[in-house]
Design a protein around this ligand. Structure first.
Ligand code: ZN
Length: 248
């Protein structure tokens, strides 16, 4: 089965549309790893599309904060403003939808999906030191995660070697396919659709092919100026839209 992995869309409709266009015909089942909303200008439109496209969706911290499950106390001021903006804009139906989203982990055929980490949906796995405990005692050979907005991940080989799965660099061919070795364990992040933070502004996603044991990392350009113009118009804090064109 070929699974489209979408994470951290963050109400960015232009980025989501660009990813879906590139992914069209290349996958059978779409899965969302959380943070559908927050930061961006189009929460209702993005929820509508994710609901339509994805067979499974788990919630992220911004989904929780935007529907009032969480009080966003650990958010920075700009993220809190965006969560409040999102809550005001959401239709009653979409607020309900977010409130009923399941938390991860979710299990598929041979892989697990989480927002932050297998033990805590709000935990960041940025470094190999943070990844190691989850690779040493895995609940699945492959764990797909989001939350950090960094495409790539970590592997623990059958011989016991810890390695990072390199981020896709702007000059790399797209997609970059990584074969999953037998006996190795993986933590893999498809990257963020709507607010990448790995210094590449292009929208990120991945396709996991469980029949052929490989993951394909994608990046795609989108109309970032249009997203930024909408955010400016909506009165969202400037740092939130300036960051989109630098990918951080
Ligand atoms: Zn996020």
């Amino acid at each position: 089965m070929r699974y489209l992995l979408l994470s951290d869309v963050h109400s960015n409709l232009e980025a989501l549309d660009a990813c879906l266009q590139v992914a069209e015909g290349k996958y059978e089942t779409a899965v969302c790893l959380g943070d559908i909303v927050g930061y961006g200008p189009n929460p209702n439109e993005v929820i509508e599309k994710i609901r339509h496209v994805c067979r499974a969706v788990i919630r992220g911290n911004h989904d929780k904060a935007s529907c009032g499950i969480d009080d966003a106390h650990d958010f920075n001021p700009n993220a809190r403003i965006a969560a409040e903006f999102t809550r005001q804009l959401l239709s009653p139906d979409h607020l309900e939808y977010l409130r009923h989203l399941p938390s991860g982990p979710a299990i598929f055929d041979g892989f697990m999906v989480v927002h932050g980490s297998p033990r805590d949906e709000d935990e960041y796995i940025v470094s190999s030191v943070e990844a190691l405990p989850f690779l040493r005692s895995p609940e699945a050979q492959v764990v797909c995660f989001g939350h950090t907005h960094l495409q790539g991940g970590f592997m623990f080989s059958a011989a016991g070697r810890l390695q990072s799965v390199q981020f896709l660099r702007p000059q790399d061919a797209i997609p970059r396919a990584v074969s999953l070795e037998n006996g190795a364990r993986y933590l893999l992040n498809p990257g963020s659709v709507g607010q990448p933070r790995d210094y590449d502004w292009r929208a990120a996603f991945a396709i996991l092919d469980t029949d052929h044991s490989q993951i394909e990392f994608y990046r795609t350009a989108y109309d970032v100026a249009q997203t930024q113009a909408k955010m400016e118009q909506a009165g969202l804090p400037p740092p939130l839209y300036h960051r989109l064109s630098v990918g951080r």
